[in-house]
Design a protein around this ligand. Structure first.
Ligand code: NAP
Length: 298
């Protein structure tokens, strides 16, 4: 058993959606015994076929695991999974490590750490960047908040999921770092959409322009991943607009609490709210291009 200081073996995983499904698969490949729970059981079927063990609820999973990773949707889901009598903290074994990789509130990460500590349970907030591709390829950037000792114990898990893993401070620091990431992306993706809209409107071959500018100063991960999808009219979700709205809301709230104005972030949020109001909240974030078309439904 891998409790306190020993090797981690039995790993729980909650949230087998776009990101979690690939991430859980890497943990199976790395040789861990994987225990699963997801709100919609069907989404765990492939992993169960690969040897993962299904649990009917959070509590029964928590009781047998050395560490549990969660990557659910919203802070409200994180609360439900962690807190209360049926949650992870009430049911985990003393010495276990609970790692939340959902993009969530820094304040909730601190509350989870403070609630878990008196029970001898260790926590990390460890949100990720790199998208569905990064999850699939095991190349995520992982931003961690928590105690150094817990971080080092959890390293074999992080190593299976990502290439860049860094401890950035105490509880909540990982979530704050993820907000920095989302603030940068919010501005960048508006630039990518506007560049592609302009290229098309002035009659250039937008794909050719993309090839050229991708090697210049405008090159970068958002241009590389999102612009071809925009030009191809592929608006399927890699990263849901409604999740991005959640992230921008958290970042704006945190910034406001610090007395920091972020007008570019506020503009990006309002553009995405417009898109969601048109019924496209379950599209991927690249669907921002729709707002620049004469008919957003094309
Ligand atoms: P997703 O496909 O919606 O996956 C979330 C999974 O968690 C779903 O399968 C959902 O169940 C499950 N879940 C939610 N609440 C639950 C609960 N209370 N108990 C058990 N299971 C629960 O979303 P995703 O794209 O993987 O994103 C997950 C998180 O990572 C989000 O916070 C997102 O912001 C963040 N993130 C996403 C990306 C990306 O590119 N996709 C990149 C970085 C970070 P159902 O199947 O029933 O909905």
């Amino acid at each position: 058993m891998g409790i306190d200081g020993e090797k981690l073996r039995d790993i729980g995983f909650i949230g087998t959606g776009i990101m979690g499904k690939s991430m859980a698969g890497h943990l199976i490949d790395a040789g861990f015994t994987l225990h699963l729970f997801n709100r919609t059981p069907d989404k765990a079927a492939d992993l169960i076929a690969r040897g993962a063990i299904w649990h009917p609820d959070v509590a029964s999973l928590a009781g047998v695991c050395d560490a549990v990773i969660t990557i659910v949707g919203y802070p409200v889901d994180v609360r439900q999974v962690y807190l209360g009598e049926t949650g992870l903290i009430a049911n985990a074994r003393p010495g276990a490590i609970l790692i939340d990789m959902t993009t969530s509130n820094p304040s909730l990460a601190r509350l989870i750490a403070d609630t878990a500590r008196p029970r001898g349970i260790h926590t990390l907030d460890a949100p990720v960047s790199g998208g569905d591709t990064g999850a699939r390829d095991g190349t995520l950037a992982i931003m961690v908040g928590g105690e150094a000792e817990t971080f080092h114990r959890a390293m074999p898990l992080f190593a299976a999921l990502g290439k860049m893993v860094r401890l950035l401070g105490g509880a909540g620091a990982g979530q704050h770092a993820k907000m920095v990431n989302q603030i940068v992306i919010a501005g960048t993706i508006m630039g990518v959409a506007e560049g592609m809209a302009y290229a098309r409107r002035c009659g250039l071959d937008a794909e050719a322009v993309l090839e050229v500018i991708g090697t210049g100063a405008a090159g970068g991960a958002q241009l590389r991943a999102q612009a071809p999808k925009m030009l191809g009219g592929d608006f399927a979700p890699g990263f849901y607009i409604h999740h991005f709205l959640k992230d921008m809301g958290i970042a704006l709230e945190e910034a406001q609490a610090m007395g920091l104005e972020l007008p570019s972030l506020a503009l990006s949020k309002s553009r995405y709210e417009e898109l969601a109001a048109l019924g496209y909240g379950s599209d991927g974030t690249q669907a921002l291009l729709r707002l620049y078309e004469d008919d957003p439904g094309v």
